[in-house]
Design a protein around this ligand. Structure first.
Ligand code: AGP
Length: 367
């Protein structure tokens, strides 16, 4: 087992560090520069079929659901098709309406999550078209789907998922390209996204190089019993996943909100004892996000920002974790990575069992 750990103290640490190579594997042979498109033969969908979908519905559980939300936003932005993600665990219980012109995407690391597998069955029973975004080759969900994209993340042992999630987000970028390029996405825009995807492994490496600094921030936030994670639009699923990772292994109460919703209630909880991790990318919402940071600070709340170099916090005293800029549509992929390290180092400083958190299983195969 020590050998498998390759010198790392935990599988989670190893899997976080493996991400540059694991993303390389995910994109190898799948990027077509000439036509600015992704080659995803495993989807088993012709350009004509891809063009025929007027909606996308993504189903997954837990972190896979949150990454599904990241994917839905990418698909809406790049392909301009209505897309949303839903918790697979709820799906079949609400007698969902299955539409022939909806592309259903089941997303799962293990491919064995029972709730997601049942959602796939429900879709198929009612005549829907479902493809998978799955890591484990030949798993139940991979076999049940009519086509799909494998994640090639390699074995993931730690209960807290990291590298598989990053590859899921990259997978959604590839699917968004495929859907976009048979619609309005131009060749030039396709190539712009492809170039950005190709740069991701190196950029992830840059984030991982900042681990010592992130570990210091983690010690500070781990001192609080309760935390908020906030973000807007592209940043909101990032915040949800950040909170999820944090609570899974550090057993701290971590709650995610849309930054815009703070003033509609949760702001009442802000004081010196409740820090906020704020996702503040350099994009069309930066000013709004900064205004919210100011409101939190004005109420005595500490803020740790996950942000880009060019975001100007002015007079605000806000510690920062800076991630490299990519194309805005792909920002969530990189913004998520430091939050893995934040959770890891918080749990480490608190002395918890990082790879096997209490009450949780790697793959949930019973309802
Ligand atoms: C991730 O850190 C969690 N352990 C959990 O939410 C997980 O993502 C979820 O159970 C789905 O698992 P799957 O990807 O194997 O379907």
């Amino acid at each position: 087992e020590d050998l498998d750990l390759g010198g790392y103290p935990h599988y989670m640490a190893k899997e976080i560090q493996e991400q540059p190579e694991s993303v390389e594997r995910m994109i190898r042979g799948r990027l077509d520069d000439r036509f600015g498109v992704a080659r995803l033969d495993g989807l088993n969908l012709t350009p004509r079929e891809l063009r025929g979908f007027s909606r996308v519905k993504i189903l997954g559980c837990g972190s896979a659901y949150y990454v599904g939300q990241i994917g839905a936003t990418m698909i809406e932005e790049l392909a301009r098709i209505p897309a949303d993600a839903e918790a697979a665990s709820e799906f079949r219980y609400r007698n969902p309406i299955i539409e022939a012109d909806t592309l259903y995407i089941a997303v799962s690391q293990s491919g064995e999550t029972i709730d997601t597998a049942f959602a796939v069955e429900e879709i198929k029973r009612k005549g829907g078209r479902v493809v998978g975004l799955v890591n484990v080759v030949g798993s139940t969900i991979a076999r049940a789907c009519e086509g799909g994209v494998y994640l090639h993340a390699g074995p993931e042992i730690a209960v807290a998922s990291t590298k598989a999630l990053t590859n899921m987000a990259v997978g959604f970028a590839l699917i968004a390209l495929s859907l976009g390029r048979v619609r309005d996405l131009s060749n030039a825009d396709g190539r712009r996204i492809i170039d950005a995807i190709r740069a991701l492994p190196g950029q992830i490496k840059t984030i991982l190089d900042a681990e010592p600094e992130i570990a210091e921030h983690a010690k500070t936030v781990a001192a609080a019993q309760s935390l908020f994670f906030v973000g807007r639009v592209r940043g909101f699923p990032v915040a949800r996943e950040g909170a999820q990772k944090f609570k899974e292994i550090s057993y701290r109460h971590a709650e995610a909100y849309q930054t815009s919703e703070l003033k509609h209630g949760p702001l009442a909880l802000i004081d010196e004892s409740l820090p906020t991790v704020a996702v503040v990318p350099s994009d069309e919402l930066t000013d709004r996000n900064l205004a919210a940071v100011q409101q939190i600070k004005a109420r005595g709340g500490a803020v740790l920002a996950v942000t880009h170099e060019d975001v100007d916090f002015g007079e605000l005293d806000v510690p920062r974790i800076v991630v490299p800029r990519t194309e805005p549509e792909l920002d969530p992929i990189l913004l998520t990575v430091p939050l893995q390290l934040l959770a890891y180092h918080a749990a480490l400083s608190l002395g918890y069992d990082i790879d096997k958190p209490r009450n949780l299983a790697k793959s949930v195969t019973v309802e």
